[in-house]
Write a protein that binds this ligand. Structure first.
Ligand SMILES: Cc1cc2nc3c(=O)[nH]c(=O)nc-3n(C[C@H](O)[C@H](O)[C@H](O)COP(=O)(O)OP(=O)(O)OC[C@H]3O[C@@H](n4cnc5c(N)ncnc54)[C@H](O)[C@@H]3O)c2cc1C
Length: 390
């Protein structure tokens, strides 16, 4: 059964421009995303042409500087757009979030020349990005990464394997963290690698539980040679650059989680109204009414949390612990809400003919990506208590 369009969420947007933007996003979601979402996810098809449309519509550069083709939108607005895209199809919301993450290093730490050379194509010229931090042996402990970049004159030669790269194999550019110095975070440098670089290849996509339309693959760097002009930031600054991008990226994941949860709630409410048992709509039973009320409350709390963190970011204040809290809460809420949505639909919820089982499988990924929820708790606890003594 094709997904139904999401029920419009009543949003408080700060400007008329943001309200127009939301109207555009909803029209794209309704016409271009929702009708094919279920079929394409089942077929494992990534909607590359849709991303070209999103880029042309300004939706791949929303929080970035308009001087380079971005949308100049505050995170408060960008994240609500992401939420709507994720509610329509998580592969799309997550794809926009990962692209935005991949752009962050260059936008925040690139030189003026680098930004002028690359950002316009990334923000509105149709390019799609990927972010390469994780490796087969370095996931949560990302500072243990082993991919090496060795300097040869005014070039770098990159060798190693990155794991779990969203858009791996289809991206036009890869933001890559590689080791240029000794062990630990201080030995890591960031690079911008073009997708067609010689020596770069992708393994077949991972066979995932959900998000089957979003390709996730290992990327092999076999002596990939890139000019020093594609080094982002100073040597040894790469880990800090990667983590700064993740602080913002986690807000994107939180917004995506709220979107999936909202889509699941919408389905559950519609079903509860329609389905009759014991001679009445099941929406009459208090057991289900309370379940739906709890689902709605978790979603609203999640939305409020990611928006509060976004507003701190927009005000130029520190927001990393709040971003970790938003990621933790919203993704746990999405897991709970999608599980409960399956319950509301009963046996039908367990069938692939209805979208809620897909939402449940998709929500699980969000508790893992961009730092597992255990890692988010470590970030929050470090903020409260300082670093662990051992
Ligand atoms: C769909 C998908 C898309 C992804 N996209 C990208 C991408 O685009 N780019 C990218 O770089 N990576 C990406 N990742 C990788 C993701 O960031 C990692 O999977 C994640 O960081 C966890 O690493 P790991 O899988 O190696 O698990 P591990 O680090 O091996 O963790 C295994 C378990 O141990 C727990 N754990 C580990 N250390 C601690 C600790 N100190 N305290 C408590 N618990 C701990 C973890 O929480 C987890 O439960 C993606 C992953 C998925 C599933």
């Amino acid at each position: 059964m094709p997904d139904r369009p999401p029920t419009p969420v009543d949003r408080s947007l700060p400007t008329a421009e943001a309200r127009h933007l939301m109207t555009l996003v909803r029209a794209i979601a309704r016409r271009e995303i929702v009708p094919s979402a279920a079929e394409e996810e089942e077929a494992g098809r990534f909607p590359r042409e849709l991303f070209t449309l999103l880029s042309a519509s300004g939706l791949l550069g929303l929080p970035y500087d308009s001087a380079y083709g971005g949308g100049d939108q505050p995170y408060e607005v960008y994240l609500q757009v992401l939420e709507e895209l994720a509610a329509a199809r998580l592969t799309v919301g997550l794809g926009v979030s990962v692209h935005t993450l991949a752009v962050h290093a260059l936008a925040a730490h690139g030189t003026r020349e680098q930004r002028a050379a690359h950002l316009p194509a990334m923000l509105g010229g149709g390019l799609l990005g990927a972010y390469c931090l994780s490796e087969p042996s370095a996931g949560s402990d990302a500072a243990a990464l082993r991919t090496r970049a060795v300097r040869e004159g005014d070039h770098w030669v990159i060798t190693g394997t990155k794991a779990w790269t969203t858009h791996g194999g289809i991206a036009d550019f890869y933001t890559v963290m590689a080791r240029t110095g000794g062990a630990g975070p201080a030995g890591i440098t960031a690079f911008l690698v073009p997708g067609d670089a010689e020596g770069l290849s992708a393994a077949p996509p991972e066979r995932k539980m959900g998000l089957k339309g979003s390709p996730t693959a290992q990327i092999h760097f076999d002596g990939v040679r890139i000019p020093d002009a594609r080094r982002i930031g100073d040597e040894g600054q790469g880990f800090a650059i990667a983590l700064a991008a993740l602080d913002s990226g986690r807000l994107g994941i939180a917004a995506c989680a709220v979107g999936v949860a909202q889509a699941a709630l919408d389905e559950a409410v519609a079903w509860a109204r329609r389905r009759r048992q014991f001679g009445r709509p099941i929406a009459d039973f208090q057991g289900l009414r309370f379940l739906l009320a709890d689902m709605a409350t978790r979603i609203e709390a999640g939305r409020a949390l990611y928006l509060a963190a976004a507003r701190l970011r927009d005000a130029g204040r520190a927001f990393a612990p709040q971003a970790a809290m938003a990621k933790l809460h919203c993704t746990d809420a999405a897991m709970r809400v999608t599980t409960d949505a399956v319950q509301v639909l009963g046996g039908y919820g367990y069938s692939a003919d209805f979208p809620v089982e897909r939402y449940l499988r998709e929500a699980k990924a969000l508790q893992i990506v961009e730092g597992t929820n255990q890692i988010q708790r470590m970030v929050i606890a470090r903020h409260l208590l300082g670093p662990q003594t051992r």
